[in-house]
Design a protein around this ligand. Structure first.
Ligand SMILES: [Zn+2]
Length: 479
């Protein structure tokens, strides 16, 4: 039986219009004023509300084993937290062991994600380089529906890749029609500064931001951009927290390079003063990498979003409990890195973005949903309200308020970086492929109802024509 959302204002990345939305069979079937529907159709009243494409969080880590422990949210609890906040799809990172098989890792993640309440896709991390990895990338993109690869430029002695591996991996992305993504931090410099902090007896969480100054991000972003530009591969820089990295993306785009930048809801709201809090638990609970940056950076990120130079807002949802964070009581480098955010991403972006006038409601939809769908080649199946698109929809009430607190959250951890923030603008209903799974305070999500979203490789033009020609027609001088 279908569902009709009546009386709302449809809000997409490029349109604001009064319309009803009728869904059946998992997709949008009809759209327009006073749509006629079969008798027995469930009606959702959206008067006074916006009806938007479901949010897409392009950056999550559910159920991830990391730094000697495991993220507390699994694919079910994490996606349920998402739908309560209006996010109906995630793209999670498959992270193979160093030297491990990509295909085996994809299988492992598919198994973990089989309990997901909403649809999901994957990026695959490249944690080392070999002929086998190169070959498997071809299979993953041609046959497994994954067209994006992430390279860690940080986490020395763990999953960091060298420049040599970065160059080989980027080049391979180009060959197979994939987009490269980077965690942009100068891992060697971070490692050096961490040792320096510990040597000076700074073992608490305040050592974390002091070993990750903003230049660490700026340098790595600029380096990745240069390499991607020469090699002719589109590049997506995940979790930009520093103004320097946002500027690197801006410069590259001005120069005509296909580079995209993601920031995080947390980075738009919180600065590094949290690490200097005298409560160790509080400070440590904010430890993530990149770290929150000094005052001024969040505003610079907003400006980059406003100008369109950053495209997406993710979360890097990677939740640990306060108890898990205490693994680093004696040494901040051992604090499990990661914070939550999926539940509050949409409301935080609305409150700090739209309610302040920094971005328009349509830009909000682009940044929280449509741009991710476009960049990762799943638009208009996702990120759109069109006949035939998946019925991933959110009824968003711009007048309703809530105060964020770990006490009342659905996320499994016991901490929230937005604790105490009052947001005006909340998701009151969420539909995942036509199933009404968040109904004004009532969670009706089912374990395993979410499906994998298969993403095709990009066409050759995506790599950028001028650079491709430069590489494909090298000059040889006959002497
Ligand atoms: Zn991440």
């Amino acid at each position: 039986m279908g569902i009709v959302i009546r009386g709302g204002t449809v809000l997409t990345a490029d349109l604001t219009t009064r319309a009803d939305v009728y869904c059946d069979g998992g997709t949008i079937q009809a759209l327009g004023p006073d749509v006629e529907v079969p008798t027995g159709t469930e009606v959702i009243d959206a008067s006074g509300c916006y009806v938007m494409p479901g949010g897409i969080d392009p950056h999550t880590h559910m159920q991830l084993p990391f730094m000697g422990t495991r993220v507390v949210d699994d694919f079910f609890t994490g996606t349920v937290a998402g739908v309560t906040g209006g996010t109906t799809m995630i793209v999670d990172f498959v992270i193979p062991d160093k030297g491990g098989s990509l295909l085996d890792a994809v299988d492992t993640w598919q198994e973990r994600a089989s309990i997901s309440a909403t649809d999901f896709g994957f990026h695959v991390a490249i944690t080392g380089w070999s002929e086998a990895v190169s070959e498997e990338m071809g299979v993953v993109t041609a046959e497994r529906g994954i067209n994006s690869y992430k390279f860690f430029m940080a986490y020395k002695n763990a999953i960091m890749v060298s420049d040599e591996e970065l160059v080989a991996g980027f080049s391979r992305c180009r060959e197979i029609g994939a987009i490269a993504a980077v965690h942009a931090e100068h891992g060697e410099l971070v490692f050096h500064l961490q040792q320096e902090m510990l040597r000076r007896g700074i073992t608490g969480p305040e050592g974390h931001p002091q070993s990750r100054p903003a230049e660490v991000e700026g340098e790595a972003a600029a380096r990745a951009i240069s390499l991607a530009g020469v090699l002719g591969v589109p590049l997506y820089i995940v979790h930009i927290g520093a103004e320097q990295a946002a500027q690197a993306v801006t410069r590259a785009r001005l120069a005509g390079q296909r580079v995209f930048g993601e920031t995080l809801a947390g980075f738009l709201a919180v600065d590094d003063s949290v690490y200097y809090n005298e409560d160790w638990d509080f400070a440590a609970s904010h430890v993530m990498s990149p770290c929150f940056k000094p005052k001024g950076h969040p505003e610079a990120l907003w400006r980059a979003l406003q100008s369109g130079n950053l495209q997406t807002i993710g979360t890097d949802h990677c939740t640990f409990t306060v108890e898990q964070k205490r693994m680093g009581l004696e040494d901040f480098t051992k604090i499990p890195n990661g914070c939550g955010g999926i539940e509050d991403r949409m409301s935080i972006a609305w409150e700090l973005g739209v309610n302040t006038g920094r971005i328009t409601p349509n830009e909000f939809v682009a940044a929280t949903s449509t741009s991710a769908a476009r960049i990762f080649n799943m638009h208009p199946q996702k990120g759109a309200i069109r006949v035939g698109s998946d019925a991933d929809l959110v009824v968003f009430d711009p007048e309703k308020s809530k105060t964020i607190s770990a006490q009342s959250q659905y996320q499994e951890n016991d901490f929230n970086v937005f604790e105490g923030t009052t947001v005006k603008g909340v998701a009151v209903h969420s539909l995942s492929r036509g199933r009404h799974i968040w109904a004004d305070g009532d969670v009706r999500a089912e374990r395993g109802a979410g499906r994998f979203v298969y993403r095709e490789p990009y066409g050759p033009a995506y790599a950028g024509i001028d650079r491709r020609l430069a590489l494909s027609t090298p000059r040889k001088v006959e002497r």
